[in-house]
Every structure is written in structure tokens, then in C-alpha cells.
Design a protein around this ligand. Sequence first.
Ligand code: KIV
Ligand code: ZN
Length: 404
Amino acid sequence: MQVPATVDRVQIFDTTLRDGEQSPGASMNLEEKLQMAEVLCQLKVDVIECGFPASSEGDFQAVRAIAEAISGPTLAGLSRCRSDDIVRTHQALKAAPRHRAHLFLATSPIHREYKLKMNREEVLNCLREGISLARDLFDEVEFSAEDASRTEVDFLCEAISEAIHAGATIINIPDTVGYAVPQQFGNLIRTIKEKVPNIDKALLSVHCHNDLGLAVANSLAALEAGARQVECTVNGIGERAGNCALEEIVMALRTRRDYFGLDTGVEASGLYYASQMLSRIIGSPVQRNKAVVGANAFAHEAGIHQHGVLMNPLTYEVMRPEDVGRSGSSMILGKHSGRHAFHYWLEERGIHCTEMQFEEAFNAFKRLCDHKKHAEEDELLAIVRDLVQVAPASHLRESHQLAR
Ligand code: KIV
Ligand code: ZN
């Protein structure tokens, strides 16, 4: 792998506790939010968005508890561009060693007309006033032009310029409804960099939703175009189809550093633990084929793949499972498996047999797999027990993970 001479740092803004928690079935109580904030802190994300303090008393209390307990990452709170929201957000976050107001206001025509009932000038006035107030209260101010990807580009550039002028030092471009496609979204970021005269005074951020399954791809396109903060969530949870998945964006940048020349400060070896912890807290299992953290992400059943991975894992894996905190690849013995994996399974358990015994056991295993999706450990042991001198169960190695 060719590593580029300079590697730029991308800020990871985690919004699991805010946008993530807003998704149906993902609500967390105060203790659970605190526990998850601790996990995010250990992951070394740059920013934790702790919640939306003005949205409910529960959220206010949770954000305040996190601000009192967590140090390391910058702690952010979401707020509308309204003075009462901004003051409430500050009350919740004031104990944080470093706090950020995350102000949002929709800029797209459909939101201006149907939701805000504001014209362009009123939107600009509202964001200017909100940012000016927040600038006096917070260490830093981020402004999000909600539904940016469906906003007229000239007006979006004007709003961004005004936001920076009013004191925002982080400008977030949300693809609020997951409508953008990668090349177009990357071009939008390039246009903003070209057309907004004071853009060099702000960090450019993106926040992509996954309605078309493109949240990670759009975020990567934006980074390629010059954005340097990504908003994301553990397991990609979030409104509707979710947000850009933290584990996917982090591992895409790390695995393809040769291509992007970018990296994050995230401790990748904590990714699997964070995913499992969130899944337990919200009671929602991780999809089996989920990239990086799903049960199948490093599992192999097909004989040709198993043979390749046993020879050299890089034949069919682009990351090492240990790098994301998993114990190793796994060989699933099923109807697609071949002799190599079956032999490996026997060896791992210290089971020795003659060639003839092996053939008999392998054929019995294949017959079993004609009726089942995959063979369980006990069923395999039962097959070989009659044919081979099997060591007592306690002497068998417990795991059939692929050791490296
Ligand atoms: O999706 C969105 O636009 C948001 C903003 C509040 C950043 O979540
Ligand atoms: Zn969002």
C-alpha cells in the first residue's frame, strides 16, 4: 500500500446520543447515555453531541450529567436559532471543559415555505441573531444549514458566509433527507469552497443521512472535496434510515489511506465494543452483514474463500478483525464449506484421524449440511466421535476462531 506523504486529520463528530437517539426504538435513559458517552470518550471521537437540551427535561438532564462527567472530547448540544433554546443549551453544557453550540436552521425552499414560513431575509436574520448570542456563551459555535443539499446554491453560499461573519467557526452541510448522490455532493462542497469568500475561517463539516444507502459514500465524497469533519453515529443509527456509520467511515479512511490521504483520531480497536454496547443498550441487534461490526463481516463459509483465508487472510479480507477489536475471523462450517476448513476445524480441536476416517467424517458432515444451514459444534463432534478417538470435551479448544 502506497501511503501518501501528508495525511490530513478528519474530525469525528459523533451524534449517536442526539440524531441516533432520535430514531424510533433507540431512546436511552440518563444512565445509558452516560455509559455510551464514556464509550465514545474511550473511542477518542473529537466531538460528542450529547443531545438537544431544549427538546425535553430528560434530554437537558442527560446533557448536563454528561457535561459534568466527561472530559476529553468537545461536548456539543443541538439548538434551534432561538435565544431561549441557546440559553438552555448553555445551562446544560456549562460544566463541560470545552463546549460547542450546534445551531441549526433550515435553508431549503421547501422548509422555508412549509415549516419555517420565513423568506430568505428572515432566515438570514434569524441565523445571524442566534449565532451572535451563542458566540458570547460558548467556546465554539457550529452552524448547520438544515436541508442544505436541497437549497439553492447561491442562497446556501450566502447563508454560510453570513454564519461565518456572525461568529460560527464550524459550518455543517447536512444532507438532511438523504437525497444527495456522491459526485454531486462532492461538487457542492467544492462550490462552497470556491464561492464563499470567508470559508477559510471555518471548518467544513458534513452530516449525511442514509435514505438511499449513500450516507458513507456521500461523506467520503465530501471529504475528498475538502470537508474535514464528519458527523456520524455508532451502527449508523439515526432518523429514518440512519446516519453515516462511524465504524464504516473510520475504517474506510484507515483502510484506504493510500487513496484518501486522510485519517481520524479514533481508536479503531474500540469499534466492535462500542457497536455491541450500543446494540445492548437500545435492544437492537446489529444487522448480520453490517460492514465492520456485523456477525458476517469476517465470517467465511464458502470452501474457496475458507481455503484462501486459511492460507492468507488478505485473500478475502481488507481489514484485520483485530484492528476493530474482534477476536478473529470465523470459519462457518456449512454446505458451502470444503475439506480445508473441515480439516482446520479438526486440527483446532486436537482431533487426529487417518485419511479414511477423515473422508468418512467429511462425507457425514456434508450429508448433515444438506439438511441444515450450517453445522453446530455438537453435531460435528457427534459425527467424529464414532469414527475417531476424540479427546474429552474439556481438552478441546473452546474457540474455532481463526488464530493469526
Ligand atoms: O439531519 C439534519 O439536518 C440534522 C441537523 C440538525 C444537523 O440532524
Ligand atoms: Zn440529522
